[in-house]
Each structure stands twice: as structure tokens, then as C-alpha cells.
Design a protein around this ligand. Structure first.
Ligand SMILES: Cc1cc2nc3c(=O)[nH]c(=O)nc-3n(C[C@H](O)[C@H](O)[C@H](O)COP(=O)(O)OP(=O)(O)OC[C@H]3O[C@@H](n4cnc5c(N)ncnc54)[C@H](O)[C@@H]3O)c2cc1C
Length: 416
């Protein structure tokens, strides 16, 4: 298909599960362009339990790949709220992050080999399970996070890890925003590398989720302005993580960092706590809201939330900030709801100025405007504000080297 498109100069937009939040899978050039959906290339090609690798076609849904790994007693260490519909190809093309980045890294860190179709229709075939391979430039790294602008990913070999045997999960209410980082530091000292998630949930986000889900289910009383979901796991059953988490929480409670909380007693309760976290993202997607993807260095998280809240109030009085997300890697999604009663269209008109103001706060603190969702269509202008001329020039040259005819996903990532 790509060869035919190249011959006829027809642009191609690769499409996975369509869950990307930056508009990357929507063709920007109409009507003479096509979308290639990978949804029927979804086979699991190989699973090697000894080498701990899985090889899948790009259209394989993330959750299906995770399930196949779990059935072999292993874990694919990539997980996020879009896992049920997003595809491996889309996850690699966006270098997806998610809930476990602080422990396992982003999609990039799970990839050992890749197969992709290049813009002239030839195939880059690198489906290797090798963990070490310093033979020349690592070309696959350019395709990961390339958002479909450099090549069409058709398959990948991913590394797996031993599945957790022990897990401990808690949702805790914090005394203040400062206490969030204070508790994070303590948790890392107590649980070490076993911490696999540390997610921030603001009161406004939980309220939104309860409203969206249609029922109020406070995880604990009294409700706090800030809550965190903390999870630790180990592939060794010899670590008593539940006890360690319990001690950590009780000490933090005694010291006034934590004000209330609950520890999951079984997997059903664990799922319920994760529903709180995922429910915030889903509720934001279901209504008019400004969705941010900023990240700052971890110590600057408190300053970022405070300053961005002030900026939001100044730019659009009455706007409701809902900053939530991945404390463990500094990726706070500073989402904003419109002031009560403001029509969606009017809010949409204010959104670009509001987004730029919040992004400026993150950039001033040494952060980024696109931590895990990519640039796509919607953050191209922001990219030019955060990358130097040298960087942008090099990116354009990489694009030309892979795709001289400008065939793949034109109008995305780089402003032409
Ligand atoms: C409720 C919810 C929660 C989410 N939470 C997170 C989160 O915590 N962390 C996170 O990182 N993301 C999150 N996401 C975003 C999303 O799931 C990821 O961006 C995902 O990786 C996109 O995969 P997809 O298959 O849906 O790709 P699509 O949306 O179809 O495409 C995304 C981009 O990848 C390109 N692409 C797709 N397939 C290919 C291919 N085979 N070859 C080359 N390019 C391709 C497209 O052209 C496009 O530019 C969330 C989404 C939702 C809906």
C-alpha cells in the first residue's frame, strides 16, 4: 500500500486505536490522503518465556499483549488508561508513558526490535530480541515517538519482566500539596525500587469522576484536597510489601503528612482504587476541558501546580484547575474545566491562550509541554517554543532523510 501511495504521491496517516490525545491519527490533508488502519494486523507472533520477549504485530491491542504476557507468568511493563483500545504501533509511535514509568520507563524502554515500512515501500526489518546491540546507529529509536511521520510500524519485539507476585496498593489523603512530595520521598526511602506507581488526584478531579460515574464513593473519610494512589510490587514473594506499605502509611499519619486513607485488602479493592485514578482522565475526556501534558523536574511539582493555578485564575477567572497524574516522573496533566456556565464554544476560544500560559509556567521551571502524548496536530506551535533552532533544524533533516517526499503523516509534529 505504501509503495502504491509513494508512486501516486498520496500522503498516508497511520492509525492505531485512535486513543492518542494530540490529534496525530487524524489526517491533516484532505481530501487526497489515506488513513492506514493497523487494526487487522493484530497477531501475537511469538512469546519467548526464557528470553522474556514478546513479538507482536503493530495492531495488537496493548491489553491483549499484556494478557498474553501475564498468561506466561510475565509482564509487559507498559500500562495506561487507553490500554483497552490503543495498539502497540500507536504506543510506540507516541512513546507512550502511563502509570508505571517511574519503575519501568516509557514505551521506548520496552522495545528491543522493530519492523517498519519506509516511505518508498521498503521494509526496515529489525525484529531482534537482542538486549545489547551497539552495531551502528539505533534507527528504531527514531521511529519510537515519531508519531507516524517517519515510517509505518508493522511489528515489534518487546521485553517482558517477571510478573509481580506481591502487590500493595493504597489511596491516601495528604495534608497539603507540600506533603505530596514529602510523602513521595519517604515512600521511596521505605519501598525503594518496588514503587511502581505514585499518582496524584486532586479533590476537583475526584468530584468530577464521581459526578461522571453517577455515584459518590469516597475512598476514605475525611476527604482531603489532595490524594495519592501508591502501588508497590515485587516479582519475589519474599518481600512483605503490604506490611511495609502499612508501616509507611501509619508513620506518615502519625507525623501529620497523611490525614486519612485506605489500603486495598484484595484485588477487587485494588481495582476500585485504580478506577478512581482512571476515572479522572475519562471524565475529563467526556466533557469540554483543556488537557495538558506538562512535566517538570520532580522537586518543582509543587511550585508548578501553585503557579499554574494562579496563572489559570488570572487568564480565565473562574476556571477550575484539575492537575493530576504521575508524580513519580514529574508528569502533571494540568487540565482545566471551564468556569461554571461558560458555553463550550466560548471556552474553546480561550483554550489556546490558557494552554500557552500554563505551558510557559512549566517551561520556566525547566519542564516540557509534551511529556507523553506527543506533539501531533495540537502542540506544533508549542514545540517551536521549547526546542532550539538547532534542534528543530535537525528534526527537519531527520524527517527528510526518512521521508523525502513528505508522504507520512504530513502536517504533524513539525510546522512545514
Ligand atoms: C482514557 C485515556 C487515558 C490515557 N492515558 C495515557 C497515559 O497515561 N499515558 C500515555 O502516554 N498515553 C495515554 N493515553 C493516550 C493514548 O492511549 C496513547 O497515546 C496511545 O499510545 C496511542 O495509541 P493508539 O493505538 O490509540 O494510536 P493512535 O491514536 O491511533 O495514533 C497516535 C499516533 O501514532 C501514530 N501511529 C499509530 N499507529 C502507528 C503505526 N503502526 N506506525 C506508525 N505510526 C502509528 C498515528 O499516526 C498518530 O500520530 C490515554 C488515552 C486515553 C483515551
Amino acid at each position: 500500500v505504501v509503495r502504491l501511495c509513494a508512486e501516486a504521491s498520496i500522503p498516508v496517516t497511520p492509525r492505531g486505536g485512535g486513543t492518542g490525545l494530540a490529534g496525530g491519527a487524524c489526517p491533516a490533508i484532505a481530501p487526497r490522503s489515506i488513513v492506514i488502519s493497523l487494526e487487522r494486523m493484530r497477531r501475537i507472533l511469538a512469546l519467548d518465556p526464557i528470553g522474556a520477549t514478546i513479538t507482536v504485530e503493530a495492531g495488537c491491542v496493548l491489553e491483549e499483549a499484556r494478557r498474553a504476557a501475564a498468561e506466561a507468568g510475565l509482564m509487559l511493563c507498559l500500562d495506561h488508561g487507553g490500554a483497552g483500545s490503543s495498539q502497540i504501533g500507536g504506543n510506540l509511535a507516541t512513546n507512550a508513558g502511563g502509570n508505571n514509568v517511574l519503575r519501568y520507563g516509557m514505551a521506548r524502554e520496552q522495545v528491543l526490535g522493530i519492523e517498519a515500512v519506509l516511505s518508498d515501500g521498503s521494509v526496515l526489518s529489525q525484529l531482534t530480541p537482542l538486549r545489547k546491540n551497539n552495531a551502528g546507529y539505533d534507527l528504531k529509536q527514531l521511529l519510537i515517538g515519531g508519531e507516524g511521520t517517519l515510517a509505518l510500524i508493522t511489528a515489534a519485539t518487546l521485553r517482558l519482566r517477571p510478573a509481580p507476585q506481591i502487590r500493595a496498593t493504597a489511596c491516601l489523603g495528604l495534608a497539603s500539596l507540600d506533603a505530596v512530595l514529602g510523602f513521595f520521598g519517604r515512600a521511596r526511602a521505605a519501598l525503594g525500587e518496588a514503587i511502581s506507581a505514585f499518582e496524584l488526584m486532586p479533590r476537583a478531579g475526584l468530584d468530577l469522576h464521581f459526578e461522571h460515574a453517577g455515584s459518590v464513593r469516597e475512598p476514605f473519610e475525611p476527604a482531603a484536597s489532595w490524594a495519592v494512589l501508591i502501588e508497590a510490587d515485587s516479582a519475589s514473594r519474599y518481600f512483605d510489601l503490604p506490611r511495609a506499605l502499612e508501616e509507611l502509611a501509619s508513620e506518615a499519619l502519625a507525623d501529620g503528612l497523611v490525614v486519612a486513607g485506605t489500603i486495598a485488602a484484595n484485588d477487587r479493592e485494588r481495582q476500585a482504587l485504580w478506577r478512581l485514578r482512571e476515572g479522572i482522565a475519562e471524565a475529563m475526556i467526556a466533557r469540554p476541558s483543556l488537557k495538558g501534558d506538562t512535566a517538570v523536574p520532580i522537586p518543582a511539582i509543587g511550585a508548578f501546580i501553585e503557579r499554574a493555578t494562579l496563572v489559570a485564575e488570572t487568564v480565565l477567572p473562574g476556571a477550575i484547575p484539575v492537575p493530576f497524574g504521575h508524580v513519580g516522573d514529574g508528569n502533571i496533566h494540568f487540565n482545566i474545566l471551564p468556569p461554571a456556565g461558560m458555553p463550550a464554544q466560548q471556552f474553546a476560544g480561550c483554550a489556546p491562550g490558557l494552554a500557552a500560559a500554563i505551558e510557559d509556567v512549566a517551561l520556566a521551571l525547566g519542564g516540557t509541554v509534551s511529556a507523553e502524548h506527543g506533539i501531533g496536530l495540537i502542540r506544533r506551535e508549542a514545540l517551536t517554543r521549547m526546542r532550539s533552532t538547532t534542534e528543530l533544524d535537525l528534526m527537519r533533516r531527520v524527517k527528510r532523510a526518512f521521508d523525502p517526499a513528505h508522504l507520512f503523516n504530513p502536517g504533524k509534529v513539525l510546522v512545514d
